[in-house]
Design a binder for this molecule. Structure first.
Ligand code: NAD
Length: 322
């Protein structure tokens, strides 16, 4: 059986596929395949599985080029790059890579929170520019986290792990909103449930977003909601870019409606909304929240296990229920 891999991923996952006797073809392009390139690549052989990334749009046109495919193994936990309806209509299974990246994304989220509140990015640029002329009592005053309130939007796997670090490591109070109230989350992190996103935004000092990208979460954070946050408040987004209206965020940061923000994901990535890169009060990372050697290797192995199971007629361990 044949597997098409849309971009170079860690070798261990590819080896697992080959060791099971599967033939693996990997895109040789050093970058994201365009739709046409992907369709043409799939037409070159009769593939049974596709291992794709969150940067690949898998829709009806792509599926039509690979009519034998039995599983789409997404090398990500989010599945917003797939036209789930089109995939399931063809009886194709979908698998993702949850859990394994939870801690890594939570740690990156905390790195961003600390970078915002301790003003690491600004201070780094300042120091490199040779502007440091000596200790000064008012230089780069930031914000303490201890005793402050973390507002979690989306108390799932990653949101829970961020709450864990906030509660246990930084002595923060945790409040949250999720479409499902989560009693374990409340018990484990002494967290308080708020019935609306708005309530969380009004009360939190740092708001962290961990919802999936859905129609209902697109622009969850918009001009109106940014206006509800504390003037001293910070926003961090490591979920998906379109959850935040980036034009509204640039305006809010410019007008000091909120104190700072940090983004690992962007509304039109890899493009940045005009004005974002010029702002000092925002920290930007290029969608690397899960990018550690350990995690990316485990993700490759998980994707391989999902494909192996599906092609052996078993239920993939990380089957996405549709
Ligand atoms: P999860 O499914 O465990 O948690 C998501 C939570 O959001 C769930 O508790 C769900 O009930 C809640 N939710 C859904 N709709 C909501 C809404 N409208 N309002 C409030 N809550 C809502 O997922 P996870 O593993 O924690 O991952 C969360 C997201 O993080 C993923 O969907 C993915 O898009 C993103 N992610 C980003 C990176 C990165 O590299 N930056 C890496 C991994 C995951």
């Amino acid at each position: 059986m044949k597997v098409y891999v849309t971009r170079q991923i860690p070798e261990s996952g590819l080896k697992m596929l080959r060791d099971r006797g599967l033939s693996v073809t990997m895109s040789e392009k050093d970058g994201v395949l365009s739709k046409t390139e992907l369709v043409n690549a799939l037409k070159e052989d009769a593939y049974d599985a596709i291992l794709c990334l969150l940067t690949d749009t898998i829709d009806e046109e792509v599926l039509a080029a690979a009519p034998q495919v039995k599983i789409i193994a997404n090398y990500a936990v989010g599945t917003n790059n797939l036209d789930v309806k089109a995939v399931t209509a063809r009886g194709i299974q979908i698998a993702n890579t949850p859990d394994v990246l939870t801690e890594t994304v939570a740690e990156h989220t905390f790195a961003l929170i600390l970078a915002m509140t301790s003003r690491i990015g600004e201070a780094d640029r300042f120091t490199r520019a040779g502007k440091f002329v000596g200790w000064a009592p008012m230089l780069f005053l930031g914000t303490d986290l201890a005793g402050k309130t973390l507002g979690v939007l989306g108390a799932g796997r990653i949101g829970s792990r961020v709450a864990y670090h906030a509660h246990n490591g930084f002595d923060m109070d945790v409040i949250y909103y999720d479409v499902h109230q989560n009693e374990l989350f409340e018990k484990d992190y002494h967290a308080t449930y708020f019935e609306t996103v708005d309530d969380v935004l009004k009360h939190a000092d740092v708001v962290t977003i961990h919802v999936p990208l859905l129609d209902s979460t697109k622009h969850l954070i918009n001009t109106r909601r940014l206006g509800m946050m504390k003037e001293s408040g910070y926003l961090v987004n490591t979920s998906r870019g379109p959850v935040v209206d980036e034009v509204a965020l640039v305006d809010a940061l410019r007008a000091k409606i909120i104190r700072g923000a940090a983004l690992d994901v962007f509304e039109n990535e890899p493009a940045l909304t005009a004005g974002l890169a010029e702002l000092e009060n925002v920290v930007l990372t290029p969608h690397i929240a899960s990018a550690t050697e350990e995690t990316r290797t485990k993700m490759a192995e998980m994707a391989a296990l999902n494909i192996i199971a599906a092609l052996e007629g078993k239920i993939p361990p990380n089957l996405v229920k549709t």
